[in-house]
Design a binder for this molecule. Structure first.
Ligand code: ATP
Length: 263
């Protein structure tokens, strides 16, 4: 019987592009309901491909899953459209904060609610809920997205995803190109959303230091394989592992932990 506590189960996934380039060859991890899982790894390790596999977005890039299974809420969604997944509660914020630059911040958010065919009052209530988490967006609601800062555009992209009322929010490198204080702010808000609303979060990050500070668990990818999983607290302390897989310098005081290999 499937474990109902698990919202997303990725098991031994292999994926290729153009039937030729192998991007993933054995990625496994699980996300429990209400937790934040960080997917870590160096440039090219396969983080984006894994997220696209989860959201069924690989075919749009001439990619495909060749082996393994992905189950969301206990069901295999591999033959369903990305739209079906959104309606089922799995929503992805793509890398590079895609906003409609010539629309206002608020219109960008409203666009996220349209697919849900929400009523006006519902949409207004959802906007207020999002503004409560991102007060900066409320201040900028009438500004064209293209004229807002990179951090505000990332918040807009997250806010738009929240308009679909996800149960699992998938984020690809939300820190990319942003100043450290803005990155902190975004991760703090993600954790607040997680703690206050029970939203489960899968976040791919090259910035492992910040991701490990806010995640509950983490899985490390190396060359398309998940090589380690453990609690973020354990992984934070394993400086040897961070040096090996995540390109960070070790300091002499690495401590023992309960990490396990998943390859
Ligand atoms: P980054 O942080 O640079 O985005 P990543 O960990 O997200 O890295 P992926 O983008 O998933 O890694 O890339 C994994 C492998 O798949 C790489 O070897 C990459 O060159 C290859 N790849 C990614 N996208 C495509 C594509 N559209 N067509 C062909 N190969 C691709």
């Amino acid at each position: 019987m499937p474990d109902t506590e698990i919202i997303l189960a990725v098991d031994a996934v292999h994926a290729t592009y153009n039937h030729a380039i192998t991007a993933l060859h054995g990625v496994s991890f699980e996300i429990r309901r209400g937790e934040i899982l960080a997917l870590l790894g160096a440039n090219g390790a396969g983080k984006t491909t894994t997220l696209k596999a989860v959201s069924n977005l690989l075919p749009a890039e001439r990619g495909q899953i060749n082996a393994g299974t992905i189950r969301f809420d206990g069901s295999d969604f591999s033959r369903r459209s990305p739209g079906d997944l959104v309606r089922a509660g799995l929503v992805q914020v793509l890398e590079g904060r895609h906003c409609f630059k010539s629309l206002s911040v608020e219109d960008n958010l409203v666009a996220g609610g349209i697919g849900r065919s929400g009523r006006r009052a519902e949409i207004a209530a959802d906007l207020e809920r999002i503004y409560a988490f991102f007060p900066r967006l409320k201040e900028k609601r009438r500004t064209l997205s293209g004229l807002t800062s990179g951090g505000e555009q990332q918040m807009t992209a997250i806010g738009r995803a929240l308009m679909s009322r996800p149960r699992l929010l998938v984020l690809d490198e939300p820190s990319m190109g942003l100043a450290p204080l803005i990155v902190q702010d975004i991760f703090q808000t993600l954790r607040k959303l997680n703690r206050e609303t029970g939203l489960s979060i899968l976040v791919a990050e090259q910035n492992s230091a910040v991701a490990l500070r806010y995640a509950d668990h983490a899985t490390v990818l190396e060359n398309g394989v998940s090589v380690l999983s453990g609690t973020a607290a354990d992984l934070r302390q394993r400086e040897d592992i961070r040096a090996l897989y995540l390109g960070q310098q070790p300091s002499p005081a690495a401590k023992p932990t309960h990490l396990h290999a998943v390859a």
